[in-house]
Design a protein around this ligand. Structure first.
Ligand code: ATR
Length: 275
């Protein structure tokens, strides 16, 4: 029987995952389909049962279901359990549902694909304290990055995340003043996304030239934050790589095949209007 995979979320129509996984299946000669499924929060449990019943082999989970899905799964990877977020489900041979999280490690792989190990041993400034920051923070700690400083508009959320990561919490104002001491700056908030009012969560113009500056947003390809950072001499990376690498980890866990991430980053960048 032809295998099939899915991504569930609300909204889901804008997801680029179907195109990405569809291409990887065909490039690797795997006879499988990947479809977007619109699932509202009140129907999540029924949707999971439906996917299982209909023989889905695995699926990605996106906003707003990453935490809520956990109670519907049979086993959770310890890392995803710590983060309280699952973005990938694999249906095991016995039919049980295994949840994992590839977002944070996807970010780190993308960082290393672009900059090698040069982000290591640097002071890290993590901006934002939501789900995305948590995933990236945990992955950075487990991959030996740091020391980490967490900055967020709402300081007590930064303090909570910093407590979990054994990091320090600082206010946005302090972070702005101290920018020169950070060699790796990672922007994880939604500020600057296409649908938001634009702007930047922090003014990066005081970074040191040569600082690695990442924004996990990929649409637009260059946020205002990234543009200002580049103009200040930063070496910048947008969120396309993280998106592709989280997908690649999911793909690998389902198929055992490591797909071509570099080619996919080029394809998506072009699709979003870049070169
Ligand atoms: P995600 O899962 O994408 O991380 P989230 O959990 O809702 O989403 O977290 C959103 C992050 O963006 C938070 O750090 C939030 O800051 P607050 O904790 O102060 O709310 C940050 N954020 C959202 N809008 C912002 C804005 N206009 N200015 C600064 N930070 C903002």
């Amino acid at each position: 029987m032809k295998k099939w995979f899915a991504v569930i979320g609300d909204p889901i129509a804008q997801s680029m995952s179907p195109e990405m996984h569809g291409r990887w299946f065909s490039d690797n000669g795997i006879d499988a389909a990947y479809i977007p499924v619109h699932v509202t929060s009140d129907r999540l449990g029924q949707a999971v049962e439906g996917l299982r019943e209909l023989g889905c082999s695995g699926w990605n989970v996106t906003v707003p279901h990453k935490s809520a899905i956990i109670e519907h799964l049979d086993e959770i990877d310890p890392f995803a359990r710590q983060m309280n977020a699952v973005n990938t489900v694999k249906v095991m041979e016995d039919g049980s549902l295994f949840g994992m999280n590839t977002d944070g490690i996807g970010f780190v792989r993308s960082l290393e694909e672009q900059f090698g190990n040069s982000g290591k041993e640097k002071n890290v400034l993590l901006i934002g304290a939501g789900g995305a920051a948590r995933g990236i923070g945990y992955a950075l700690v487990s991959e030996g990055y740091g020391p980490i400083s967490c900055a967020n508009r709402t300081l007590d959320k930064a303090e909570r995340l910093a407590g979990e990561l054994h990091a320090e919490a600082i206010s946005i104002e302090e972070a702005e003043k101290q920018l020169a001491r950070f060699g790796l700056v990672i922007q994880t908030t939604s500020v600057g996304m296409n649908f938001s009012a634009g702007g930047a969560p922090i003014d990066p113009s005081e970074i040191q030239a040569g600082t690695i500056v990442c924004d996990i947003i990929y649409n637009p390809l260059e946020t205002e934050f990234l543009k200002l950072s580049r103009e200040a001499g930063g070496h910048t990376m947008n969120g396309v790589g993280m998106f592709v690498h989280q997908g690649a980890r999911s793909f690998q866990s389902w198929t055992g095949v490591q797909p071509d991430t570099k080619q996919m980053i080029d394809i998506i960048t072009k699709k979003l209007g870049g070169i």
